[in-house]
Every structure is written in C-alpha cells, then in structure tokens.
Design a protein around this ligand. Structure first.
Ligand code: PEP
Ligand code: MN
Length: 340
C-alpha cells in the first residue's frame, strides 16, 4: 500500500506515520519528493487494507492511500495459476471444455420442464437451467413455484440425467435449494448480498455467481472472494450484461469481461447471452463471440414455445434455434482449440 502525504504535511507528521506503521509491524519506505512525500507500506495483508486505508485517510495531512495489489487473493489468478475445474456429475466446467447450460427462465409445469430437458439434452446441452425462485423487478409478476419447482427440476434430472442449476435468492432457502440443485445460481440482483454470498460459501455445492448489473469487475471478484473465503472454492463467474446508456438491448454484454476474468482469476467464466442481450435473435452470435473470447461455458434460455413463456420469452431460443446454435458451436470448438 502507498500513502501519499499532502503538501502541507510536516516532517513530524511524516515521522509519526512511519512510526505508527512500524509499530504495527509493517515495513516502511519513505520517499521525499520535491512536492510530495510518499510512504510505501510493505506487508499489508489483503484483509487489513480497507481498515488501514480508512484510518490513514482520516488524517488531515494524508492525501490518499493507494492499494498496489488486488483487493482479493483467493480468487486471484496467482492463487491457482492452472485454473479451477469444477466437476458436476460427469460434466467438467473449466479447462478446455465448452459447457452449455440450457433451459427455460422459469420452471412452469412438470411437463414443460421435462420436455425442455429432453429437447436440450438431445441437442447436446450438458446442464439444465430453470428458476424456481425468480427475482423480479415487479412485485406483481410471477416469482416461481418455489419448492414444487425444485421438485420438477429434480424430476427432470431423474428423467434425463442432466445436472441442474437453479437460483437461490434468500439465505433462508439455501439449505432447501441445496437438497435439489447441483449448482446454486446467485442472480445479478443478489450479487452484492454479502450475507447470501457467505451462506453459499458454507454450502457444499458449486456456485455460479452472476455479475451485478452495475458491478465493476473488481467488485464482482470481491463478491466471489466472499464465497471462497468461507471455504467453498467451487465458484464460477457469469457475465450477464451490465447497465449502460443503450436501450436497444436489455443489457450490454461485456465481452471484455471474459478475457479480463481469465487474466485476473482462476475461476471458470460462463457467458449468459440471454440476459446479456434480451433478444433471442442476438443470442447465437453473442454466444459464439463469448466462447471465442475464452468463456468456459454459456447459459442459454430455451423455451418450447417462447411466445407463451411466463418470463423472458423475448430472449428465449426456440428448440430449433438452439439446435442451430449447438451445430455452430460444434464447428467452433476445434477452431479455438476447445472441446464441446
Ligand atoms: C435468470 O437467470 O433467469 C436471471 C434472473 O438472471 P439475472 O440474475 O442475470 O437477471
Ligand atoms: Mn431469465
């Protein structure tokens, strides 16, 4: 960490800061410039940085404190340079494989989820998605079937063998959702719900953490650090688009985030072009782009009849469109040195 003293700081102020830091056991390196004095602090742990910055920035003669390394460590690339792989059933997420998760936004009826599961499986999907607890901007829209919805997903897994991913929204539901799900999804609206992040960090299930719709990459990684710091290292990140000035698409899918996460973290990165675009016509191209940019997986909304979907019909692929997309991905895989 670096502490920049303001130009009004006296020599006495400088020595006090240095003595204070040494007393706390840190190495101290003072550089006196023509205008400013900067103090390099050596040995500050990632856990200590926020508190230390706050304390020193409160001093009238300190201009600012700067962190020179990332505010996370367990999810950082250096922690596991080879990358993390997460095995769910016989699906491996991470490494050189391309994983496709597909299914409806919401589990609607037992028949529709089983039909969709069979359809996407036949087309090559590896994991079934579907929401039983649905976050919704309007308090009056459908919020999912809850536990009966989880049971419908579990039945679809029994029928098809596809592992299931589903969202958990509330700390109080984590235990129940864990009884059914193979992967817990944390949605964009809960991406900074730190109590929920800690709770799933104590769960014995892999977690897919979506990026908050206005989270910076660093904030997203810090959110992942909340989970991992509780002992659960089976975390994958999911880029699902962020809010920008653009209104033509529902969100702006941040393609930059994919190689950025690969550079910064060892956690697998999944793309969600459905929520990232909000338009079914754009989903296939953005999926291809995301894999080409290095995504380890994609999560795609597919509905047997999007026009009748209870949620997110406009961005849901028909089975035919999904089949065409899977054929494109099969061709793409060898060209980018990956396996579908
Ligand atoms: C979803 O996956 O259906 C969903 C609600 O996603 P997000 O949290 O990204 O909006
Ligand atoms: Mn959705």
């Amino acid at each position: 960490m670096i502490i920049v003293l303001s130009s009004t700081a006296s020599e006495r102020n400088r020595d006090d800061v240095a003595a204070n830091l040494k007393e706390r056991g840190y190495g101290v390196h003072v550089s006196v410039g023509a205008e400013k004095t900067i103090i390099g602090v050596i040995g500050v742990g990632v856990e200590e940085k926020p508190g230390l910055s706050d304390q020193f920035e409160a001093l009238p003669f300190v201009e600012k404190c700067l962190a020179v390394s990332a505010p996370y460590k367990l999810v950082g690339k250096n922690f596991r340079p080879g990358g993390t792989t997460i095995t769910v059933g016989n699906v491996v997420i991470g490494g050189d494989t391309m994983v496709v998760m597909a299914g409806p936004c919401t589990v609607e009826t037992p028949e529709m989820i089983i039909e969709t599961a069979h359809t996407v499986k036949a087309m090559g999907a590896h994991i079934l998605r579907g929401g039983a607890y649905k976050p919704s901007t309007s308090p009056y829209s459908f919020h999912g079937h809850g536990v009966p919805g989880l049971q419908m997903l579990a039945d679809a897994r029994t029928e098809t063998g596809l592992p299931i991913i589903t969202e958990v929204m509330d700390v109080r539901d984590v235990e129940t959702v864990c009884e059914y799900a193979d992967i817990l999804q944390i949605g964009t609206r809960n991406a900074q719900n730190y109590n929920l992040l800690r709770e799933v960090g104590m769960a014995k299930k892999p977690v897919m953490l979506k990026r908050g719709m206005s989270s910076k990459i660093e904030e997203w990684l810090q959110a992942a650090e909340y989970i991992v710091s509780q002992g659960n290292y089976e975390v994958m990140l999911c880029e699902r688009g962020v809010r920008t000035f653009e209104t033509y698409t529902r969100n702006t899918f941040d393609i930059n985030a994919i190689p950025s996460i690969r550079e910064l973290s060892h956690l697998p990165i999944i793309a969600d072009p459905s929520h990232g675009t909000g338009k079914a016509s754009l989903v296939p191209d953005v999926t291809v782009a995301a894999f080409a940019a290095g995504a380890h997986g994609a999560i795609i909304e597919v509905h047997p009849n999007p026009a009748k979907a209870l949620k997110d019909g406009a961005q849901s692929l028909t089975p035919e469109a999904f089949e065409t997309l899977m054929a494109r991905l099969k061709k793409l895989a060898p060209a980018i040195g990956r396996e579908l």
